[in-house]
Design a binder for this molecule. Structure first.
Ligand SMILES: C[S@@+](CC[C@H](N)C(=O)[O-])C[C@H]1O[C@@H](n2cnc3c(N)ncnc32)[C@H](O)[C@@H]1O
Length: 258
């Protein structure tokens, strides 16, 4: 395990290794990742067709686009690190050395339709995801604006997974959340996942400090940001036994903006 002394704030370092991250947290499609796929599938089943979606802090992953692709018109992906874009672009180019996400696609397709999933179905969904990813945008949780050239209320779906807990420590958490949630249009849907009360998050040899938040923080903040309490839903997923995860649990949450 990395040493305590190596804990650092994400935004101060370029030490995030996309391929290491994917291997560490996604290579194994176990109960945790299956729960995430089920949650996303349920969310996108009710997403109005033709929505414009932003994934803020996309990382190098593709799992989050699988259920979204048939429902949304476009996907914009945003991150602070160009190396994460390169990982997604390598996947889009079909480079053999990158993780294929095919098991994740198969799993999601099986949720959508109980008929046997054929190889051709998986390839078709891959193509659809590639078609829907329209822009790669540099974003920074600590910057104003968060994304140059993108105004408030630009998206119908705002997704952000395991990113908000890396809000730089000098920024007030509630103010930081209000800024990011303002990217969503009235009537839009927020889809959010975060580590629950986790002090730091190891990726390979590095540990990144996290804001220790839980569902109660968001249940308090979201209504102040225009998401009525009755629209908020969430699930807590316990870390899978035997995986030695650095978190005890994580939260998957969604809410609609009034
Ligand atoms: C743990 S990864 C999550 C990646 C992906 N969303 C997922 O579901 O696995 C955290 C992501 O947040 C991004 N991130 C961290 N600090 C950021 C900041 N200040 N501004 C924008 N993105 C940031 C990282 O580059 C990284 O892609």
């Amino acid at each position: 395990m990395p040493s305590e002394s190596s804990i650092q704030e994400f935004h101060t370092t370029g030490n995030f290794r996309p391929a290491v991250y994917v291997k560490q947290y996604y290579e194994y499609l176990g109960d945790e990742n299956r729960a995430i796929l089920r949650f996303l599938w349920r969310q996108f089943q009710r997403c109005p067709e033709g929505a414009d979606m932003l994934d803020f802090g996309c990382g190098p992953t593709v799992y989050q686009f699988i259920a979204a692709a048939p429902r949304v018109r476009t996907i914009h992906v945003a991150d602070s690190l160009a190396t994460n874009f390169e990982a997604i672009q390598d996947w889009m180019a079909g480079r053999p050395e990158v993780f294929t996400w095919r098991e994740y696609i198969q799993e999601t397709l099986a949720l959508e339709d109980s008929a046997a999933v054929e190889c051709a179905d998986i390839l078709q969904r891959e193509q659809l995801i590639k078609q829907k990813i329209a822009r790669f945008l540099h974003c920074d949780l600590g910057a104003i604006p968060l994304i140059a050239g993108v105004a408030e209320a630009s998206y119908d779906v705002l997704m952000t997974n395991y990113c908000l807990e890396f809000l730089p420590s000098h920024i007030d958490f509630e103010a930081g959340m209000a800024r990011i949630f303002s990217l969503l249009r009235p009537g839009g849907r927020l889809i959010l996942q975060f580590l629950r009360r986790t002090p730091d998050y190891p990726v390979g040899d590095y540990r990144f400090s996290c804001r220790q938040v839980d569902e109660h923080d968001f249940l308090r903040i979201l209504p102040k940001c225009g998401f009525p309490s009755p629209t908020i839903e969430y699930e807590i997923v316990e870390a899978e036994a035997g995986l030695q995860r650095p978190y005890a649990s994580f939260v998957m949450m969604a809410a609609s903006k009034a």
